[in-house]
Design a protein around this ligand. Structure first.
Ligand code: HEC
Ligand code: HEC
Ligand code: HEC
Ligand code: HEC
Ligand code: HEC
Ligand code: HEC
Length: 306
């Protein structure tokens, strides 16, 4: 039954798409500019999942997620955008980048219509649970990576994945968060946690917003512990910053390493939220570089001075 229904639905969807693109070809050909908001949903490059899934909680939640605004924010962000930015800011990039429909309208920054939309993570043809295109544990880190190019070379804009996995830091060994082992679905466990699957969630689910209430599933003391950890890490951050501010040579290796570790912790909730033990290690290493950075014999400008 389910299959017959699905077949019919898909067949009619395909017919609709074909019919639609035929009737719309002329309009599209005439209009090579960025698609208007109203025509975006019907654009040949647009995924059509909403046609069958629009009323589901997943879709409703997604509309309120940062992911649904990824393309708008890319176009209107401070950094100059290029077509390659679409690889993380717009689903369909890899399949559409070499296509044109019609020829006059190639897929690029102007014509892209999808944000980080359903087909980024799902495809009906997939054999995985919920038709995921990749196992849940691998899904998020493809885009959420430190070297995303969104803030310019060498500038750390986000570091959640590297912090969570405990790698890429300077001068320290790898130290994955204890959650890597404890959570089979990794990021999804906290960011899509949802108590009532039928309801439209305000956080978790397809809003992808993690809520601290999830901590209580496994910890009974995190609401008192976490503020203490935060204070501890923030104090170390301040100490590292004071060293960096008083550096004798900002082009030295010691400075570069100390700054990288500092930026990684800062790029993660501001205080190493995704891996407190690793944040501690990163900052301790930065602090250990103090003699090289400020110079042992420096008489004036005492490091850490206000
Ligand atoms: C195709 C690339 C891509 C994938 C895959 C992806 N994200 Fe994102 N994510 C983005 C982009 C781009 C943004 C920035 C959106 C914006 O604010 O413009 C973002 C933003 C976010 C935010 C901040 C949201 C907000 O409201 O500010 C969270 C949290 C997040 N993603 C979690 C996840 C999780 C969890 C997964 C895996 C289930 C995931 N992402 C998979 C690209 C991706
Ligand atoms: C490897 C994937 C990836 C690539 C490539 C990428 N980004 Fe991003 N971008 C992200 C993710 C993930 C976020 C969300 C970061 C967060 O919330 O911590 C983001 C966030 C942003 C934001 C902030 C959105 C907001 O919330 O206001 C801007 C602006 C941005 N990117 C611009 C760019 C530009 C410009 C390029 C191309 C030069 C680019 N990005 C390429 C993954 C990527
Ligand atoms: C960034 C990745 C991502 C995007 C974008 C995304 N999903 Fe999902 N979706 C997931 C993951 C991961 C799960 C599995 C969650 C779990 O295992 O707890 C899931 C589960 C689902 C489910 C199963 C039931 C449920 O609600 O959890 C449905 C239905 C669904 N998604 C539909 C959609 C639709 C429709 C869209 C577009 C509006 C969409 N998804 C966009 C990652 C994504
Ligand atoms: C013609 C209608 C139709 C269209 C268009 C459609 N779907 Fe579906 N989808 C269904 C039906 C019916 C089911 C339930 C039966 C099944 O599991 O195959 C389903 C199931 C799903 C599920 C599994 C939900 C779960 O509970 O695990 C996901 C995820 C999903 N679709 C994603 C998508 C995405 C992504 C797109 C767009 C690229 C899309 N669908 C387009 C009809 C459609
Ligand atoms: C132990 C639970 C947990 C895990 C696992 C987890 N996160 Fe988070 N994440 C959080 C919490 C809590 C926040 C802070 C939410 C807030 O401040 O409202 C957060 C914040 C974020 C943000 C910043 C959102 C913003 O508004 O700027 C991003 C992006 C993010 N996480 C991505 C990821 C990625 C990618 C992974 C997997 C590599 C991951 N997270 C794993 C709990 C988790
Ligand atoms: C699925 C269960 C689970 C969830 C949910 C969870 N944790 Fe954990 N967490 C663990 C396990 C298991 C360990 C390792 C054993 C331990 O030290 O308690 C751990 C360890 C930690 C540690 C390092 C040990 C310590 O106490 O210093 C911190 C910090 C931490 N978790 C914070 C959080 C925060 C914050 C949240 C919510 C955003 C959260 N956890 C959600 C299972 C979980």
């Amino acid at each position: 039954m389910k299959h017959a229904f699905l077949f019919l639905s898909i067949a009619s969807a395909i017919t609709a798409v074909v019919l639609f693109s035929m009737t719309n070809l002329q309009a599209d050909e005439a209009d090579i500019e960025a698609p208007s908001i109203e025509s975006e949903k019907e654009h040949p490059f647009a995924e059509k999942c909403y046609k069958c899934h629009a009323t589901e909680p997943a879709h409703q939640e997604w509309l309120h997620s940062g992911h649904s605004k990824a393309l708008v924010n890319l176009r209107h962000g401070d950094e100059p955008a290029r077509d390659s930015c679409l690889s993380c800011h717009s689903s369909g990039y890899s399949s559409l980048i070499n296509q044109a429909w019609p020829k006059e309208q190639p897929f690029n920054l102007e014509t892209a219509v999808n944000a980080v939309a359903c087909s980024t993570c799902h495809a009906h043809g997939s054999k995985l649970e919920h038709y995921l295109v990749k196992p849940a544990k691998k899904l998020c880190v493809t885009c959420h990576t430190m070297d995303c190019g969104c803030a310019g070379a060498g500038i750390i804009h986000q570091s959640q994945s590297e912090m969570f996995l405990g790698r890429e830091g300077a001068g320290v060994r790898r130290k994955p968060s204890p959650h890597v082992k404890a959570m089979k679905k990794r990021c999804v466990t906290c960011h899509m946690d949802k108590k009532d699957p039928e309801a439209v969630a305000q956080h978790g689910g397809h809003t992808f917003i993690a809520d601290f209430s999830v901590c209580a599933d496994c910890h009974d003391d995190m609401d008192t512990k976490l503020p203490k950890y935060r204070k501890e890490i923030e104090a170390k951050m301040e100490a590292v910053k004071a060293i960096l501010d008083n550096a004798i040579d900002p082009s030295s290796d010691a400075y570069t390493d100390a700054k990288k570790n500092y930026d990684m912790v800062k790029g993660d909730g501001g205080y190493g939220l995704h891996n407190i033990p690793y944040a501690r290690m990163l900052l301790d290493y930065s602090l250990s570089l103090k003699p090289q950075i400020v110079g042992t014999a420096s008489e004036e400008a005492p490091a850490g001075g206000e």
